[in-house]
Design a protein around this ligand. Structure first.
Ligand code: BES
Ligand code: MN
Ligand code: ZN
Length: 480
């Protein structure tokens, strides 16, 4: 979808549908001749309360009147929600060109929210639907009409929402279409298209380096693992190095600790942390953020075969730690552990990892909040702030020495199957904490929020692209 901005009034654009917001107690700012919007409010069909929405017409164009609620409470997230519901209606109305009349006196966060809510709600995964479905009329253009120039805010939001939709595309692609080597090829192309370079370490190099934990996950698969690395420096070497680290298990069968068959197909989504990292790094580059970032994505399948890891196997991680793999389904932490060590060796001063890591976080927080666990209060606070701005809720869960004891191994130094079987999101984090040490580190567990979420503007079933915008918001502030 094209996104344009103008200081012309909505009626002077080519839009076939115009969305107009109305705040509580403020009434209609601009009504077309004949006052159709006033009439809609007057009849009670439309309302100023957030969530109300009604349609009328003016000279062959559709007008959608959207209640925005209290101006004081209207922020970027409320704007995404309002734009999402307006878009849902516009799509039903077969809108091709939508114009949003930007409410008076709103800040850039709200302008951005209108763009993001629209682009995210209009997303569809069409790759395998064939011509019949793709011929469906789609929305072609979004125009923002405002009294002042909203161009910069709108183009930034377009970058972010488009990147988030690319994360969704990656997640929705099935595992046969997106094995690790395809993700690596995608990353190479993506980097090139955004003026960066991707470095791909293949499985032989992963083994050669001594990433015994990562390699153990991959060894049962016919598809070779890839460690994908993206570097971006917009600071001329001055900013501290931030590592963004993502789990990209392109399919997680559970290994010999085989998952139940009913929902196993969902495990194609087990790469969404990694996808968020790839798109976040190129978006930081698009934004020319004055930061220094290394993106690391551990891409592998977790399969069964005669080569697969057996429960009880002991491997040596990149930093020398020995790990007993008692549960082959706790594979994400093995991949991340070696990526974290790699990032530390590259000199990362902050580590942020993101992964569909545990069913435990789904039990604790459902699909409304992702879990964040951190050894650093400042970094945790920074992530919470980024999530508030991006509309991606994060809730901090505690770490504690007594949780760390749950990952002590019986035959090796640590185990990937914490005991007792409680606090599973936290004990997974404690395993990662072992490798992060005292480098400021935050871990985002997105198992509940990465796919199949009923949200007002990411309403499509499938991948949500959760966390990509949060990573950008967080990383772009790490300039010192
Ligand atoms: N990819 C899963 C976590 C997951 C669960 C993601 C549900 C999305 C939805 C992960 O690899 C896994 O299997 N974790 C296990 C760990 C356990 C064996 C300690 C889990 O959470 O059950
Ligand atoms: Mn697993
Ligand atoms: Zn997994």
């Amino acid at each position: 979808m094209r996104v344009a901005t103008t200081t012309d009034g909505p009626l002077d654009t080519q839009a076939d549908t115009i969305a107009v917001g109305v705040f509580q107690g403020e009434g209609i700012a601009h009504d077309p001749p004949g006052q159709p919007l006033e009439a809609l409010l007057g009849s009670g069909e439309a309302g100023e309360e957030a969530g109300r929405l009604a349609v009328t017409h003016h000279e062959g164009r559709r007008l959608i009147l959207v209640g925005l609620g209290d101006r004081d409470r209207f922020d970027g997230e409320q704007a995404r929600i309002a734009a999402g519901s307006a878009t849902a209606r516009a799509l039903e109305l077969r809108t091709r060109r939508l114009c949003w009349e930007v409410p008076h006196h709103v800040d850039d966060a709200i302008v951005a929210g209108l763009v993001e809510g629209t682009l995210l709600r209009a997303y569809r995964f069409q790759r395998f639907k064939g011509d019949a479905d793709s011929a469906d009329p789609r929305m072609e253009e979004l125009v923002l009409s405002a009294h002042h120039d909203v161009g910069p805010a709108a183009s930034e939001a377009t970058l972010l929402a488009t990147a988030q939709n690319r994360v969704r595309d990656l997640g929705n692609r099935p595992a046969n279409d997106l094995p690790p080597r395809a993700l690596a090829d995608y990353a190479t192309e993506l980097a090139r298209a955004h003026g960066l370079e991707a470095t791909i370490l293949d499985e032989a190099e992963i083994v050669e380096l001594g990433m015994g934990a990562f390699a153990a996950v991959s060894q049962g698969s016919a598809e070779p693992a890839k460690l994908i690395r993206l570097d971006y420096d917009g600071s001329g070497g001055r900013a501290p190095l931030t590592a963004l680290i993502g789990k990209a298990v392109t399919f997680d069968t559970g290994g010999l600790w085989l998952k139940p068959k009913m929902d196993m197909h969902e495990m194609k989504f087990d790469m969404l942390g990694g996808a968020a990292v790839l798109e976040a790094v190129v978006t930081l580059a698009d934004l020319r953020a004055p930061v220094r970032v290394i993106g690391l994505v551990g891409a592998t399948e977790n399969m069964i075969s005669g080569h697969a890891t057996r429960p009880g196997d002991i491997v040596t991680a990149l930093d020398g730690t020995t790990i007993e793999i008692n549960n082959t389904d706790a594979e994400g932490r093995l991949v991340l552990a070696d990526c974290i060590t790699y990032a530390r060796r590259e000199g990362a001063q902050r580590l942020i990892d993101i992964a569909t890591l545990t069913g435990g976080v789904v039990a604790a927080l459902g699909n409304v909040y992702a879990g964040v666990m951190s050894n650093d209060d400042q970094l945790a606070t920074l992530i919470e702030g980024a999530g508030r701005r991006s509309g991606e809720n994060v809730w901090r869960l505690p770490l504690h020495q007594r949780y760390a004891e749950m990952v002590k191994g019986r035959y090796a130094q640590i185990t990937n199957m914490p005991m007792p079987r409680v606090a599973l999101a936290i004990s997974a984090a404690e395993l990662l904490h072992h490798f992060a040490g005292d480098v400021p580190w935050a871990h985002l567990d997105i198992a509940g929020t990465a796919y199949d979420v009923r949200s007002p503007y990411v309403a499509d079933k499938g991948a949500t692209g959760w966390g990509m915008r949060l990573l950008v918001e967080a990383a772009r502030t790490l300039t010192a």
